[in-house]
Write a protein that binds this ligand. Structure first.
Ligand SMILES: Nc1nc2c(c(=O)[nH]1)N[C@H]1C(S)=C(S)[C@@H](COP(=O)(O)O)O[C@H]1N2
Ligand SMILES: [Mo]
Length: 256
C-alpha cells in the first residue's frame, strides 16, 4: 500500500509527482487525469478526502505500468551517449540522507556477496571485478527529484558478469542490497542490457565514496533511484524484491 503513513498534504504532493513520473515514463499512453477521474470516480484534485482510494488506484496503475513497460522495453535499444565536454562538474550527489552521512566502505575487505539463483556464489573482491573487461559510458542520470546530469562511469558489463557466475538469466529479478540499507531491484532484461554496468570508476578515477564506492550499478535506461550505490550483495530471484523507494510508491520499472 502506498504512502499510508504520510500526512495528507504530503500525500497530495507525492500523488502529483508520482502521476507526473507515470506520465513521463509511460509516454502519454496512460489515461489523462480527467479520464482517470471519470473511470475511477476518484477526484484527484481532492485526494486528501480519500487518500486510501487514491492509494489503491495509484498502486494498481503502477503495477499495470510495470507490466506494460517491461513489454515495451527493447533490450537492444541504447540510451544516448555524450562527450567529455557534456559531463556535469561537479556532478550532483544524492541519497536518502545528506552528504555528511555518506557511507565509507573499506575497499580492502569489501566483497560483493552473491545469492539466490546463481551457480557460483563465491564473493568477489574489488580487484577481481576490476580485472574483468572494462568499458566506459558517458550517459545522463535522471533523478525523480527533478534534476538530471551527464556523468562518466566505467566498469564491467553486469550481463557478462551474471553469465560468468552462472546466474539463472531466465529468472525475473536481480536485486541489490547496499551498505546504507538502501535496496532496489531490476528486471532481468535490464540487467542484461549492454549499457548496464558494475561501475567502479567515475571520470576515470576510482568511484568516490559519495558516488557509491566500491561499486554502483549504473543503468542508463533507468531512473537514478534504480542505480544502487555501495552495493554489498547481489541476488537473482523470481520473488518480487521491491526497493527502498519502490516500497513507498515509486513505480518499480521506472525505465524505458
Ligand atoms: N545506496 C544507495 N544508492 C542510491 C541512493 C541511496 O540513497 N543509497 N539514492 C539513489 C538516488 S535517488 C539517486 S538520484 C542516485 C544518486 O547518485 P549520485 O550521488 O551518484 O548522483 O543514487 C541512487 N542510489
Ligand atoms: Mo534520485
Amino acid at each position: 500500500m502506498l504512502l499510508k503513513h504520510k500526512a495528507a498534504p504530503v500525500m497530495l504532493e507525492r500523488t502529483k509527482s508520482i502521476l507526473n513520473i507515470e506520465r513521463r515514463l509511460f509516454m502519454k499512453q496512460t489515461l489523462s487525469l480527467g479520464a482517470l477521474s471519470l473511470l475511477t470516480g476518484c477526484d484527484f484534485a481532492s485526494t486528501t478526502d480519500e487518500p486510501n482510494a487514491a492509494d489503491r488506484i495509484l498502486a494498481a496503475m503502477s503495477k499495470w505500468n510495470d507490466k506494460a513497460q517491461a513489454a515495451l522495453f527493447d533490450p537492444t535499444k541504447l540510451a544516448p551517449e555524450f562527450t567529455e565536454a557534456d559531463i556535469k562538474d561537479p556532478f550532483p550527489f544524492n541519497a536518502y540522507y545528506g552528504e555528511d552521512e555518506v557511507r565509507i566502505v573499506d575497499g580492502a575487505t569489501w566483497k560483493l556477496e552473491l545469492s539466490g539463483m546463481i551457480a557460483k556464489k563465491d564473493a568477489w573482491t574489488l580487484d577481481q571485478l576490476k580485472a574483468l573487461p572494462q568499458k566506459n559510458q558517458i550517459t545522463r542520470h535522471i533523478c525523480v527529484e527533478g534534476w538530471s546530469a551527464i556523468g562518466k562511469w566505467g566498469g564491467s558489463s553486469l550481463g557478462d558478469f551474471l553469465r560468468l557466475v552462472g546466474a539463472d538469466t531466465t529468472a525475473k529479478y536481480v536485486g541489490f542490497k547496499c551498505a546504507d540499507d538502501y535496496h532496489t531491484s531490476i528486471d532481468m532484461a535490464t540487467a542484461l542490457h549492454p549499457q548496464t554496468i558494475i561501475a567502479t570508476t567515475f571520470r576515470d578515477q576510482p568511484l568516490p565514496p559519495k558516488y557509491g564506492f566500491p561499486i554502483k550499478i549504473r543503468i542508463p535506461t533507468k531512473l537514478g533511484f534504480k542505480n544502487p550505490k555501495h552495493v554489498m550483495e547481489m541476488f537473482v530471484t523470481n520473488d518480487y524484491p521491491g526497493g527502498y523507494w519502490e516500497d513507498q510508491g515509486y513505480n518499480w520499472f521506472s525505465g524505458a
